[in-house]
Ligand binder design. Structure first.
Ligand code: NAD
Length: 356
């Protein structure tokens, strides 16, 4: 019996619409398994700024840290773009990740059989793709010191400590153990000292996981291989900036941004959110695809709560809905039998969860 405390941050734009559908699906699970969820809604992003003057109120941090997991929608929008940087919704999110110490960003890229034609790549290249990018999230060049700008030059520093590499590497190997047991570590060790350290440490850590096969690849080659033959990858382990770029590239394998979930985890509480933003262009119209957020709830069950069977149930329900031809508007051109609203898609998936 699990009773879980979930911090819910709906945020801005389509955030509230898509998070509501994920909650609907979680509640459907409660009706068939001995698990229950207690939700606490917290403010963040533009809406938090409008109400409290701060895009990340202290209460949101403390209550999130006091929960089992954070289910997150999306934040941001043009309305807040002209605010000073520290008041903007995006600054709130960066600060939030740092406060929660989520050093590992997990981004699966899965191509659903029914949507192979939605990718810009040939069906035979993407069919069956199922990979996971494990990106270091709170170190590397985005945070390294010194950094600065002078009149005629500017600089950032890519720095990683042994400890930072060890903890993200362990995460990647542990995840690979539950998948196809392959880790490809991506770096630029032919040029960068920091990458040479990265490679040495990953080699050392790999000795703790003899059942997982480790390979190394330079980042320029990895960018090419992801397009040439993405099926060769199981887990891709990489640093912050390389992971930022490669995970966006990998996300395009699957066709729609509305399908892809993510998890950001550390040693405290994890954040589970779709990879897309708040989509202000379609907010309030009931046409957003809720699948990325529902799949993020599935990752939450798996990685934060250890409810693997329930997570698999959600994944199967999503597949079934797509197989039966249900599509939100973003996927209307790909073998749709019925176009549904955000709300309808959530209900269809929740029904499959209960009935399958
Ligand atoms: P976006 O991801 O919000 O939207 C890009 C395009 O994809 C839009 O055409 C949108 O309609 C579409 N789209 C996104 N999610 C969709 C869904 N679930 N279903 C159907 N279509 C979907 O990116 P953007 O337009 O560059 O950014 C909008 C705002 O979101 C900005 O303020 C940005 O800073 C913010 N943002 C927030 C996050 C986050 O909260 N983690 C991430 C990225 C961007």
């Amino acid at each position: 019996m699990g009773n879980y405390k979930i911090a819910v941050i709906k945020g801005d734009g389509i955030g509230p619409e898509i998070v509501d559908e994920a909650i609907k699906v979680l509640d459907a699970l409660s009706s068939i398994y001995d698990i229950s969820f207690e939700y606490e809604e917290l403010l963040m992003g533009g809406i938090a700024y409008d109400i409290t003057g701060d895009p990340l109120p202290q209460e949101t941090i403390s209550k999130s840290l006091n929960s089992d997991a954070v289910l997150f929608g999306a934040i941001g929008g043009e309305k807040w773009d002209s605010l000073p940087r520290e008041k903007r919704p995006e600054s709130g999110l960066l600060r939030f990740r740092k406060e929660l110490g989520v050093y590992a960003n997990l981004r699966p890229a899965v191509v659903y059989d029914e949507l192979v034609n939605a990718s810009t790549l040939k069906p035979e290249v993407v069919e069956g793709v199922d990979l996971m990018v494990v990106r270091e999230l709170i170190g590397g060049i985005y945070f390294g010191e010194p950094k600065g700008r002078e009149a005629t030059r500017a600089y950032n520093t890519m720095v990683y400590s042994v400890e930072e590499i060890e903890r993200i590497a362990r995460r990647a190997f542990e995840i690979a153990q539950k998948r196809r047991k392959k880790v490809c570590s991506v770096d630029k060790a032919n040029v960068l000292d920091v990458s040479q350290l990265w490679r040495d440490v990953v080699n050392e850590i790999s000795k703790e996981y003899p059942d997982v096969e480790l390979s190394h690849m330079y980042v320029d080659n990895a960018a090419m291989q992801l397009i040439r033959d993405p099926k060769q990858f199981d887990v891709i382990l990489t640093g912050n900036i390389f992971g930022d770029i490669l995970s966006d590239e990998a996300s395009m394998l699957s066709g729609s941004i509305g399908l892809l979930p993510s998890a950001s985890i550390g040693d405290k509480v994890g954040i589970y959110e779709p990879i897309h933003g708040s989509a202000p262009d379609i907010a309030g119209q009931g046409i957003a695809n809720p699948i990325a957020t529902i799949a993020s709830a599935s990752m939450m069950l798996k990685y934060a709560l250890g409810e693997v069977e329930a997570a698999n149930k959600i994944d199967e329900a999503i597949k079934q809905a797509l197989k039966d031809g249900y599509r939100t508007k973003d996927l209307a051109d790909f073998d749709a039998k019925e176009i549904c609203s955000t709300n309808e898609m959530g209900s269809i998936i929740a029904n499959y969860v209960v009935k399958s």
